[in-house]
Design a protein around this ligand. Structure first.
Ligand code: ZN
Ligand code: FE
Length: 250
């Protein structure tokens, strides 16, 4: 469906919130704070606040924005009790709908128990579950859960645009190169990312196609990665866990 306009709003030091606008709606995804959202609205009225998970750097702006605009707060039903000001809980089975847009909900536990992603149009808002060339830390989930969650992203159409919660891309790309120096798509992308960041440009959106080609956490089957970590025969969850452990210490 045409007509959804997406604006990237840098917040805090490295967070991204996103403003979604169409004729009938004006929504923000994951507002850590109110001020940059208010500025980006340029006088428009916020109608909805969508949260991917409860962490304060994704929901810290909820109450102030809700109070200022009367916006409806949407978040994971499974994590209702931790989403500030929540009005409507959503789950994967039922999805959701607003302003004529069908919203797919993916339940993606791993970073947090209740983490979800929103699929709207040909875009996915991944919060801290999938990053550009990375993934979130496992604060509340197991490697097996995260592998299953990441597989839901990999199953989206290749040209789906990926909007994630943080600008961690340069570090992620450097780490990815330590595991897969022979991956040409990764080498090319690394150069693109360095150039973008040198120009202070965001590295979002990515695409599912690019992530499948370069994100080590989606590439647990890669022979080069498995050789690099000495795990030719481990299952995907074990390989994922080892990559995650190395990234945590990178
Ligand atoms: Zn988080
Ligand atoms: Fe975060």
């Amino acid at each position: 469906m045409a007509g959804l306009d997406i604006t990237i709003i840098p917040c805090l030091t490295d967070n991204y919130a996103y403003l979604l606008r169409s004729k009938d709606l004006c929504a923000v995804v994951d507002p850590p704070e109110a001020a940059p959202i208010v500025a980006a609205l340029e006088g428009a009225t916020l109608t909805h606040i969508l949260n991917t998970h409860h962490h304060w750097d994704h929901s810290g702006g909820n109450r102030e924005l809700k109070e200022a605009y009367g916006a409806e707060v949407i978040g994971p039903e499974k994590d209702r009790s931790r989403i500030p000001g929540i009005d409507h809980g959503v789950d994967q089975e039922h999805g959701w709908q607003f302003g004529g847009f069908k919203v797919g909900v993916l339940e993606v536990p791993g970073h947090t128990r209740g983490a979800i992603a929103y699929v709207i149009d040909n875009a996915v808002f991944t919060g801290d579950t999938l990053f550009v060339m990375g993934c979130g830390r496992l604060f509340e989930g197991t490697p097996a859960e995260m592998v299953a969650s990441l597989a839901k992203f990999a199953a989206l159409p290749d040209d789906t645009a990926v909007y994630c919660g943080h600008e961690y891309t340069l570090t992620n790309a450097r780490f990815a190169q330590t595991l897969e120096p022979g991956n040409e798509a990764l080498a090319a992308r690394y150069n693109d990312v360095v150039a973008a960041r040198a120009a202070f440009k965001p590295t979002v959106p990515s695409t599912i196609r690019l992530e499948k080609a370069t994100n080590p956490f989606l590439r647990t089957g890669s022979a080069e990665i498995r050789a690099a970590i000495g795990m030719a025969h481990g299952d995907d969850a074990a390989v994922f866990a080892e990559i995650r452990r190395r990234k945590d210490n990178f």
